[in-house]
Write a protein of this length. Structure first.
Length: 628
């Protein structure tokens, strides 16, 4: 009991200085030391504790605080924006550290266990239904945390009640071994099954309800099924004798079925739908993430509130150089050409851009001369526009003005000569634009280095990219688009191809593809991989998807000859050739992004993260992960 009183006192004190933006998070002010009996019989105080615990959900790239990781894989590179925390060293990761994703989050687990016990033991004034709802919500967060740990670490100790030291000098009874990886996933599934009908919050997007529970189960079971299948298909599967890592291959269909069943329950409920408020597929996809009100796609999000000073600086860090509203920061992360070309053409052909040179004289023979810079991106998947700012487009109604330089015809050399500038908005000798206000530039910080900027999640509001204002665009923890893709993948793996097509084609049709754009002959595993890449870009899925499919070590193998491991740029140039029909047209060159240094290198030892030596020293029952 002393431990409980101490913890509750600390939590309440912390809550007095923790701001929250949502109305449900409003907290009573108190200067009085509160006893546990007071806390667990006051719904407002319990909601305050919940607010704190929601805000502590572990994340990697999520919540607009993991922006550095947007530039660490194949969704972006860093430009050298110091204010953003996206260090230029992200372009020179010679190999991912074994502890890069380490999470051993037992202080959070302990707080959740204490909350569950406090409700069950001390709440006498709450109704049974109220206690059940709050308990379910704490259990949801605990299951979520165990998922965040198991996807990084493999099996971890399953602790579901507080561990109390008896001060008799021997703490060994408090030590717990790692559970099997599959046992952790089974625990998550069972917990979520038990609470889905008691968690309440039916219409909330800011607190977990039944459908958030199902969405978490769907995601977790999809991961388990993938690991069971694809780990076993490796030449040497990654396992430990006690099965702390590695899932029994024969269980893959069981997990896929659980994922599909959870997704079906969400889909058949009719509670959610794809956001389709705008008839333009590209603009619609952008609006999906910036329209806070009446958004039928959001299942669970982390909301922010400018008026309540609950905000973030994502737009300040990411805004393209052309329209930054502050004298510091912009362009922290640049999408690479690799990502841009992952977006297919609307006829279903691969998204490789046509008529591109390589910056050499010989490469000029490959050029297509485009009337407008945006023409090279014509007939692309609408999600490209909603995700990436590219040449010839606008942001916040302003022309992004992306032009690297000019190619001027030299009669004496009988070829085009390239001219570039490090001055924004500079003019060429013909009095027309040389280098745009938005770059790109090869060696200048806080401007595009790849020829592209991020559009996704950029707040369209005036001054949202200024430090003193900020933005309250919400972060999507779970949304209906992901559920459809999860369902499609699970159905595909189970051999239910017509059902898989129903789900994946809905997502593609929203992006501008014709109805039934995929059929049984064109729906492949690689198509599913790519569909998730473009739909869920920047939403903290890519690295985990490649890990569960056991693709990361082959795609990012550290080899400079591997185009998947190297990040590329695409620079647009205006043609200067008086008297030629090509004068004033645009051409494009592709090359390795100038600031990109080391090919991405994900090793087999990265599939399960390193357990710290401190943990190993404190608990001899804990076994190391493979390769460490």
């Amino acid at each position: 009991m002393k431990n409980i009183i101490k913890l509750i006192f600390i939590v309440i004190v912390l809550l007095q200085v923790t701001g929250c933006g949502e109305k449900w998070l409003e907290k009573p002010k108190s200067t009085t030391i509160l006893l546990p009996e007071q806390v667990w019989n006051d719904k407002a105080m319990i909601r305050s504790l919940l607010a704190n615990l929601y805000n502590r959900i572990p994340h990697h790239q999520a919540n607009f605080t993991g922006q550095a990781n947007m530039a660490a894989y194949d969704e972006g590179i860093a430009t050298g924006s110091q204010e953003s925390g996206v260090d230029i060293s992200n372009n020179n990761i010679t190999s991912y550290a074994y502890n890069r994703w380490t999470l051993w989050d037992y202080s959070y687990i302990r707080d959740l266990n204490l909350a569950i016990e406090g409700l069950n033991e001390l709440s006498t004034k709450l109704t049974a239904a109220e206690k059940e709802q709050f308990t379910s919500e704490f259990r949801f967060l605990r299951a979520w945390d165990y998922f965040e740990m198991v996807k990084r670490m493999g099996g971890v100790p399953l602790i579901t009640s507080q561990l109390i030291y008896d001060f008799n000098g021997d703490p060994s009874y408090l030590r717990n071994p790692r559970a099997k990886e599959e046992d952790v996933y089974d625990f998550i599934a069972n917990e979520l099954d038990e609470i889905k009908n008691t968690i309440g919050n039916e219409d909330s997007q800011d607190r977990a309800n039944k459908y958030a529970v199902l969405a978490l189960k769907c995601r977790a079971m999809l991961y388990a099924g993938s690991i069971a299948k694809y780990n076993a298909l490796m030449p040497v599967p990654i396992t430990l004798p006690g099965k702390e890592v590695g899932i029994t291959a024969s269980r893959s269909d069981e997990y896929y079925q659980k994922a599909l069943d959870a997704a079906r329950e969400i889909i058949q409920s009719g509670k959610y739908s794809l956001y389709k408020a705008n008839s333009d597929p590209g603009v619609n996809f952008y609006e999906l993430f910036v329209k806070k009100q009446n958004n039928p796609e959001m299942i669970l999000r982390r909301d922010f509130n400018i008026l309540g000073n609950k905000k973030h600086n994502y737009s300040y860090w990411m805004i393209c150089r052309t329209m930054r509203e502050d004298n510091l920061s912009s362009s922290a992360v640049n999408p690479p050409l690799n990502l841009v070309e992952a977006f297919e053409y609307l006829d279903g052909t691969p998204g490789v851009l046509q008529g591109v040179g390589d910056g050499t004289v010989a490469g000029q023979a490959n050029w297509i001369f485009y009337d407008k810079p945006q023409d090279i991106f014509a007939n692309k998947d609408g999600r490209l526009y909603g995700t990436v700012v590219y040449a010839g487009t606008t942001l916040k109604g302003v022309d992004v003005n992306i032009q690297a330089g000019v190619y001027e015809w030299s009669p004496s050399l009988n070829r085009y000569v390239r001219y570039e500038s490090s001055v924004f908005g500079s003019l060429h000798t013909d009095g027309k634009l040389l280098t745009g206000l938005g770059g790109p530039m090869r060696n200048v910080d806080e401007v595009s280095n790849t020829g592209f900027y991020v559009r996704k999640f950029i707040d369209p509001a005036t001054l949202s990219s200024a430090r003193g204002v900020g933005t309250d665009i919400p972060w999507p923890y779970f949304r209906y688009g992901e559920v459809l893709l999860n369902a499609a993948e699970a159905a595909f793996e189970l051999g239910f191809i017509p059902e898989a097509l129903t789900y994946i084609n809905q997502v593609r049709e929203r992006a501008g593809f014709p109805p039934n754009s995929l059929d049984a002959s064109t729906l492949t595993f690689n198509r599913i991989v790519n569909e998730r890449r473009v739909e869920l870009c920047y939403e903290d899925h890519r690295v985990w998807d490649l890990a569960r499919w056991r693709l990361a070590h082959t795609l990012w193998n550290g080899q400079s000859s591997n185009p998947n491991a190297v990040m590329y740029a695409l620079y647009p140039y205006r043609i200067v050739h008086p008297g030629s029909p090509n004068d004033g047209k645009y051409v494009f060159d592709k090359f390795v992004a100038p600031k990109f240094v080391a090919p991405r290198y994900y090793r087999e030892g990265n599939y399960y993260s390193q357990i710290s030596q401190t943990v190993l020293d404190n608990n001899p029952l804990i076994v190391k992960n493979p390769f460490h």
